[in-house]
Design a protein around this ligand. Structure first.
Ligand SMILES: [Zn+2]
Length: 67
């Protein structure tokens, strides 16, 4: 086990990862650089639903500051 890991054991890592996935469910802001379309998706490798471009910028909404 590497000392670089902040987690004590694999189960803890799995829980953290699952929580991260839950937090990202339809919570990722996507912006198509090709056509400018913007939408919310649940994955970071989203494809633009308007022009099928994969040149998509993705930002987790929990990275935005609360207003
Ligand atoms: Zn597009």
């Amino acid at each position: 086990m590497s000392n670089n890991s902040p987690f004590e054991n694999p189960e803890e890592l799995q829980q953290w990862y699952q929580g991260l996935k839950d937090a990202n469910r339809n919570n990722i802001f996507c912006h198509c650089r090709a056509c400018g379309y913007e939408w919310m998706d649940s994955k970071f490798d989203a494809t633009c639903t308007q022009c099928n471009s994969q040149n998509v910028e993705t930002i987790s909404s929990w990275q935005f500051p609360d207003d």
